[in-house]
Design a protein around this ligand. Structure first.
Ligand SMILES: Cc1ncc(COP(=O)(O)O)c(C=O)c1O
Length: 364
């Protein structure tokens, strides 16, 4: 076989794709820090520090694993309908909301179509856009990380198909207002509002679902329900889009264990939402404490994380490195706009205290 043959066969737009930077699992982080995995304080993935509902594990243990899952996700969608108040035909589940992001691109984007991305935001939108051969048009958020509606409108042309917005925005923590969402929907583009942190913000644009057939809302069981490892997300949208997604998705995309755990979690939402409230209270306390530290500006957040801005990119890098050396892992960024920032997820009270003490020590 001639040299480089495989490289030549790979689709050109994928051959040297800029990939997604995922977070490493605890054992890898532990090895890097030279400490046991159980001593790691992992605050880099916006995961739920309290874990899942005990009922989720019980439900998984009872689930037969030798039978394929229901391709139409009937039971899961019915449970999601009870929980959200939207009819089943407006709901579809994915292997994490990540899968739904990808499916939306597959459904709407032809190579050369334009995707609008309001930076800085969740990197998955740009990643899936590139994979699907879309052309990314980056519209910068303003100095407060708010959407620049004027700039978005100016960026739209007849190739533009879809705009993705995370609300609260990961990593900046702020919301997009209903007024802004309406203005964007009025452009006629597909507008995806990613409400991955809805249970923490308690704000939604769900009331617009019946009014706008170009609105798609994404949610997840990863954050509030502590099921990140099982991969269950869902979308709320017009039934026409749901039907098209059912047509193109992999038939058994949500596995039986994940489905059982998600349904049990939805039935145990009171317990899980109690944990969400603790995280929100601790977020506010941590925000207050961080505000008192010289050289750190925490940004107000409606999610389960706080973006912390430092004076210079070197300071953020040093903070990241010195926290990592103590076994405390936060998220850092390579983009120009966020090189002076790191993002910390809200952990248990002990984890938050360990993080805060370390930050105070490093900042002295
Ligand atoms: C804004 C946003 N959307 C989606 C996701 C991914 O969620 P899931 O675990 O359901 O794929 C994340 C995860 O961090 C996120 O921050």
């Amino acid at each position: 076989m001639p040299e480089n043959r495989i490289e030549q066969l790979i689709r050109p737009h994928l051959a040297s794709i800029q990939t997604y930077q995922p977070v490493d699992p605890p054992e890898v982080l532990a090895e890097r820090a030279g400490i046991p995995a159980k001593s790691i304080v992992k605050l880099n993935g916006n995961e739920n520090p309290y874990g899942p509902s005990p009922k989720a594990a019980e439900a998984m243990a009872r689930t037969p694993m030798h039978i394929y899952p229901d391709p139409f996700q009937r039971n899961l969608r019915a449970s999601l309908s009870d929980y959200t108040g939207f009819p089943t035909e407006n709901i579809i589940a994915g292997a994490g909301s990540d899968e739904l992001i990808d499916l939306l691109f597959r459904l709407f984007i032809e190579p050369g179509d334009v995707i609008l991305d309001c930076e800085p935001t969740f990197a998955m939108y740009a990643f899936c856009a590139r994979i699907n051969g879309g052309e990314l048009r980056l519209v910068q958020r303003d100095e407060l990380f708010e959407i620049d509606l004027q700039a978005v409108r100016e960026a739209i042309d007849d190739k533009t198909k879809i705009i993705f917005l995370s609300s609260p925005n990961n990593p900046t923590g702020n919301m997009v207002s209903e007024e802004q969402v309406r203005a964007l929907l009025d452009t006629g583009l597909i507008v995806v509002i990613d409400e991955a942190y809805y249970e923490f913000s308690k704000e939604t644009v769900g009331n617009l679902i019946g009014q706008y057939e170009n609105l798609v809302i994404l949610r997840t069981m990863s954050k509030w329900a502590g099921l990140a490892g099982l991969r269950v997300g869902y979308g709320i949208m017009g039934s026409g889009i749901v039907d098209h997604i059912i047509d193109i998705k992999s038939p058994y995309n949500v596995n039986v264990a994940a489905e059982a755990a998600a349904i049990a979690s939805l039935e145990d939402s009171e317990y899980l939402l109690g944990n969400v409230q603790s995280i929100v209270d601790d977020r506010e306390a941590l925000f207050g404490s961080l505000s008192e530290i010289n050289g750190i500006k925490p940004w107000p957040s409606q999610g389960n994380y706080i973006l912390c801005q430092m004076d210079r990119p070197e300071d953020a890098q040093q903070m990241f490195d010195q926290l990592a050396a103590r076994g405390i892992f936060v998220r850092n960024f390579s983009s120009d706009r966020l090189r002076d920032c790191f993002r910390v997820a809200i952990g248990t009270p002990d984890e938050n205290a360990a993080f805060l003490n370390a930050v105070r020590e490093i900042s002295q």
